[in-house]
Design a binder for this molecule. Structure first.
Ligand code: SF4
Ligand code: SF4
Length: 157
């Protein structure tokens, strides 16, 4: 195993995993994605990361919702959500961006492609601009709209 991965395994307690499967049982990905298999499950990622050094390029990294249910349920104290968060940050740092959306305004990482695509489908948003920008930029754009409306209404309001 490469040194950086060994460090992450230690940092997030992955060496303590007893393969009980509780993390998989509580994971909401199974209710969301038609594709929910061992490969994208927390147990699958933990195993795969240990066996394959190219985990950072793996599409399977980009389905987790980072909800923390697995971490809360884990009897061994494995911090899977934080592990996933670090893996994704490293993956993006190394230029693997084909499975993510970046904000159309600020250009920062915004959401995994699979998660946002699911959200757009569920909400029937299609290619709406609303979900093409990150929450910070959405908030700023909302504030700008309010400010413009206020100025247009004149100083009497
Ligand atoms: S719940 Fe914890 S110990 Fe059980 S398989 Fe998942 S990560 Fe391993
Ligand atoms: S953090 Fe990810 S792997 Fe863990 S329960 Fe939530 S969606 Fe599943």
């Amino acid at each position: 195993m490469e040194e950086w991965l060994d460090t992450l395994y230690g940092k997030h307690g992955l060496y303590y995993c007893v393969e009980c499967g509780k993390c998989v049982a509580v994971c909401p990905m199974q209710d969301i994605f038609c594709r929910f298999d061992f490969e994208i499950s927390p147990r699958g990622i933990i195993k795969k990361a240990a066996l394959h050094s190219d985990i950072l390029k793996d599409e399977a990294l980009w389905f987790c919702l980072e909800c923390s249910a697995c971490t809360d349920a884990c009897p061994a104290g494995v911090k899977y959500r934080d592990f996933m968060n670090d893996l994704r940050s490293l993956s993006i740092e190394r230029g693997n961006i084909k499975n993510i959306y970046v904000c159309e305004i600020c250009g920062r990482y915004y959401s995994p492609r699979a998660v946002l695509t699911h959200l757009k489908d569920r909400l029937h948003y299609g290619d709406s601009d609303y979900l093409s920008i990150c929450p910070d930029c959405r908030e700023n754009s909302f504030i700008d709209t309010i400010r413009d409306t206020f100025h247009a209404s004149g100083p009497g309001l």
